[in-house]
Design a protein around this ligand. Sequence first.
Ligand code: EPZ
Length: 420
Amino acid sequence: MDYLQITGGAKLSGSIKISGAKNSALPIIAATILSDKPVKLTNLPNVVDIRTLLKLLDILGSRVEHKDTVANINNGTMNSTKAVYEIVSQMRASILVLGPLLARFGECEVSLPGGCAIGQRPIDLHLKAMEAMGATIEIKGGYVRAEAPNGLQGAKIVFDKITVGGTENTLMAAALAHGTTTIVNAAKEPEIVQLCEMLADAGVKIDGIGTSEIVVEGTGQKPLTFKDVEIIPDRIEAGTYLCAAAITNSTITLEKVNPAHIEASIDKLEAMGCSFEIEGEKITISGTSRLKPISLVTTEYPGFPTDMQAQFMAVATMAIGESVIEERLFENRFMHVSELNRLGADIWLKGSVAAVKPVAQLYGADVMATDLRASSALVLAGLVAKGVTNVHRIYHLDRGYDNLEGKLSALGAKIKRLSE
Ligand code: EPZ
């Protein structure tokens, strides 16, 4: 198993290119199932989760050619609608094939994803939406079996909680349904917008893109023909590097970002004393030697993202004063707290609120990555910890960060990948 060894204290400088967004690429790969013609995706991040979903398509009989950042997918040869446990257990986002498989083939079986480190993460809202669109759902032997032999019917879906994946599954199902589907309380993340645009470019009539009420006219089971899709920049990867500059008091430039997508992170870092120069797709951040404490609450887009909570907590350990961080989306997304405390942080947890007390210095130690973003928070802390930090179990990082150690090394960090 690989681990990352970081020798703290190096200042960062220079510029790096941000990769395509994992969380946009995953639903877009799933959406290709709505077509029986070839489709080309570009700017894919080189991360394990993308390879896992492409492997699932391959198992379902599709033809997939994948090299670097480009995938050519032909789902015309698909001959199975069963998303097997071996793949879904590796990656919860595989549940995103439920809507498109059901919409195109009128039936599918998808292994139940189960819980994960950050929380229980049920899929009840996905299933309710499919049922409202006329599907019969049965759960048996660890699989969701869904059937709609005459195709899905448009319906009014009111989500009682905002769900990114639930909105994506419903959008994909609605695209091939008979009639009109209205999604109320839809998620508004940039990843949802890109999925809507991909469907709209294929001729699906969609109103309300980027709002909390989306109306989709289905094609009545007629498969779509997609144009090439270039994946949008990864806003969480970009935010993580902004935090790397903030925690090390450095000046770095990020290229190929969409500044509008990371406003919440930029606002918080500005409040902490960092400064920004933004020009088109380029952001330059300069840190400060006197980081101010912050107060933040995670919420749905355009609010502060839960996927940046752990990284900001790492930065807050270096602030002059006490920060307060509340996690509202996932019940167990504080696994990094005890590991940051192993590095000398002074963080106290009460329910969903963490108080981050100031410490003069973090000290290198062996720490364990527990989930994707928690892992990147430990790497950030390692960049300023005195001495050597070894971050173990980095397979979590490899699921979602494209060449993290390569990009940080390019910025001057002392970081290397080693084998246990
Ligand atoms: C997406 O997960 C992201 N994953 C997550 O990123 C991200 O943390 C999350 O959205 C929130 O922004 C991908 O896009 C692949 P949700 P998703 O459905 O879709 C509850 C990362 O680090 N809920 O919006 O699974 C759920 O438990 C990952 O890259 C239900 O109760 O998140 C949570 O509390 C981790 N029932 C809340 O809704 C359901 O049926 C929001 O979850 C579905 C969700």
